[in-house]
Ligand binder design. Structure first.
Ligand code: ADP
Ligand code: TPW
Length: 589
């Protein structure tokens, strides 16, 4: 049916819309908007259409910032990272079935990464959907969202909108954050109820993410373990960045003097140039450490599940003998891969504060043999890297291009930094230092391609800062159409595509006698910068580090949407970047 002709229905509570009473009535559209605003939501990311077109218009009219995308997946990724950056749920608004499905990848991504997000989707008539009678964009959306969302709710009556939104917010941000689905059928929006009752039905959520204090004995256990360590190590994850307790985390690191490793999105929590940062000696510290304190980081594939050769285990499956302390808000996280001797369950702010108190004023610094050995290894690796960065090959290498990006980020430490690709990700992560918390946002737990432009938009909108994105040419392609969105909202986004003509590398020949191009290569010398020009932004084609530097400096000076197509050597990358080992390989027959 055509939702645009749906008559305002009387609410089940028995209130009826009459012409005389109209000014005292409030409809579902407005109740949704008021409920979101009451809870401090400022931005909606989405794509309009039946049945939420007027909702988007009314939202904008009511003072919410509505950022309209070209594809729901990008809108969803934007919402998810807005949630990470602000600690408030990011909101993505989609139409029914296909729009909903397009948004679903981002919802799953939010849940996987522990980002608070709410996917609000319009849906078709319940009666028709449930009898499968073929409604416009018919789909049982709630059932489909449930397994991948942290929680999923549907609101059928206007007087339940307040509760529905309150529950969605609480579910998204409390405990371990995640993606929440909120199903709003078309019929809900024009429903009317008496205005005062409607307003009274809305809920301002009190303490949406309550602190969770760790047990004192858990803190004592953790400190005892740390005190006995000869080679301690702290690993900071994106949970630590999300918690926004930067000063206490810094105090924990500096007071203990323990070397630390930041996971990708925890880079900058302390400056990567900090003397205790062990990133440049990662492959030395992981197998050597005896006690490891995990702060908001899971022992998933990104940390080789806490075992195997990375950790000094004799085989890929065996345990390296490290003793683990894990701070996490999820009590189920401990022991997921290896034994956690000292689980500390609670919110990171409370846990770190309690640890600091228990450590006391005179916590012994780690033995000098340990910190000295790390410093030595770091110096060696940094010198090796400096040699590579100083080279100036033609065409550019990933490293010679990233040497420029490294300088630009150093000069603009408060710029947001988006990164996706394989080699374009791995090289960037190790070459480009971050200096401030929550600046680096990237492919996250799944190593997902396609977050790029959505993240750029949200980073600019949520922080008001300059955004720099380093993108593989394949990675960029997943969300490239959002360059129009970036231009439309005139966002200060500088995209650098490290263009090597393909996935991983661009020089691959097809196997066997195939005449089509290899599945991994693209059109040679594609002029991506013209996409930005098509929408009124600035496009630049660069082949040398000097040209790249000038283009980036100009983009940041002008704050104009800019796409720099940086040509790098076709063969400079490796298959799957640094995770080649995870790729099952076939014989080239
Ligand atoms: P990384 O990929 O950086 O290693 P993960 O996403 O694997 O990080 O881990 C983040 C962890 O942080 C999750 O286990 C999550 O439960 C936890 N977490 C998120 N927010 C908080 C918080 N406020 N307090 C405690 N733990 C948190
Ligand atoms: C949603 C698989 C991992 S990395 C990558 C793909 C397609 C692109 C690598 O090429 P790019 O970078 O970006 O040009 P570079 O520097 O190595 O040349 N679909 C999704 N997610 C993932 N991770 C993939 C496919 C993949």
């Amino acid at each position: 049916m055509d939702h645009t002709t749906t008559k305002p229905a009387s609410s089940p509570a028995g209130t009826h819309a009459t012409a005389a009473a109209a000014s005292h009535e409030i409809d579902g559209f407005q109740l949704v908007i008021d409920a979101l605003k009451l809870n401090g939501i400022e931005t909606i990311y989405g794509v309009p259409g039946i049945p939420i077109t007027d909702l988007a218009r009314r939202m904008q009219k009511s003072g919410l910032r509505v950022i309209s995308f070209r594809h729901e997946q990008s809108a969803g990724y934007a919402a998810s990272i807005d949630g990470f950056l602000t600690g408030k749920p990011g909101i993505c608004l989609t139409v029914s079935a296909p729009g909903f499905l397009n948004g679903l990848t981002a919802l799953a991504h939010a849940t996987t990464n522990c980002f608070p997000m709410i996917l609000i989707s319009g849906s078709s008539e319940r009666e028709i959907v449930d009898l499968q009678q073929g409604d416009y964009e018919e789909m049982d959306q709630l059932a489909i969202a449930k397994p991948i969302a942290k929680a999923a709710f549907r609101v059928l009556h206007a007087e339940d909108i307040g509760v529905g939104i309150a529950r969605a917010i609480r579910a998204a941000v409390s405990g371990r954050p995640g993606g929440v689905y909120l199903d709003l059928p078309a019929k809900l929006f024009p429903q009317e109820m008496e205005a005062a009752a409607g307003k009274a039905s809305l809920i301002k959520v009190v303490d949406p993410a309550p602190r969770q204090l760790p047990a004192p004995e858990a803190i004592k256990r953790a400190v005892a373990l740390l005190k006995g360590a000869k080679k301690p190590l702290i690993i900071l994850g994106k949970g630590a960045a999300y918690a926004q307790v930067d000063a206490d985390i810094r105090a924990l690191v500096e007071k203990t003097g323990i070397p630390y490793l930041p996971m990708s999105m925890a880079k900058g929590l302390l400056p990567d140039t900090h003397e205790q940062c062990a990133s440049a000696a990662r492959s030395f510290v992981l197998p050597e450490a005896d006690v490891v304190l995990l702060v908001g980081a899971r022992l998933n594939w990104l940390l080789s599940q806490g075992k195997g050769k990375t950790w000094g285990g004799a085989t890929s499956k065996s345990w390296g003998g490290q003793r683990f302390i894990q701070i996490d808000i999820s009590p189920q996280e401990a022991d997921s891969n290896v034994r956690i001797e000292a689980p500390v369950v609670g919110d990171i702010g409370s846990c770190v504060a309690a640890l600091l108190a228990e450590l006391g004023a005179h916590f012994p610094k780690p033995p000098a043999e340990w910190t000295g050995a790390i410093a030595e290894r770091k110096a060696k690796n940094v010198a090796k890297m400096a040699e590579t960065l100083a080279k100036n090959p033609s065409p550019m290498s990933f490293q010679s291009a990233l040497n420029v990006v490294r300088d630009i980020v150093k000069a603009n430490p408060d710029a947001m930094f988006v990164n996706e690709g394989a080699n374009a990700l791995d090289f960037t992560r190790s070459i480009v230092d971050m200096y401030q918390p929550r600046k680096r946002i990237d492919v996250g737990t799944w190593g997902i391609m396609g977050i790029g432009m959505g993240y750029c938009v949200a980073a600019a909108v949520a922080t008001g800062k300059q955004v720099i994105a380093v993108e593989g040419d394949s990675a960029f392609g997943f969300s490239g159409m959002e360059t129009e969105t970036i231009c439309r909202y005139d966002l200060p986004v500088c995209i650098v595509i490290l263009n090597n003509n393909g996935v991983y590398r661009g020089d691959e020949k097809s196997w066997g006698n195939a005449t089509d191009p290899s599945p991994l290569v693209f059109v040679k010398d594609a002029r991506y910068e013209k996409m930005m020009e098509a929408f009124g932004g600035v496009g630049v084609h660069v082949k040398t580090p000097d040209e790249l530097r000038r283009a980036m400096e100009e983009a940041i000076r002008s704050k104009r949407p800019t796409l720099i197509n940086a040509v790098v050597a076709e063969g400079g990358g490796t298959e799957s970047g640094r995770i080649t080992g995870l790729n099952p390989t076939a014989k080239k027959k």
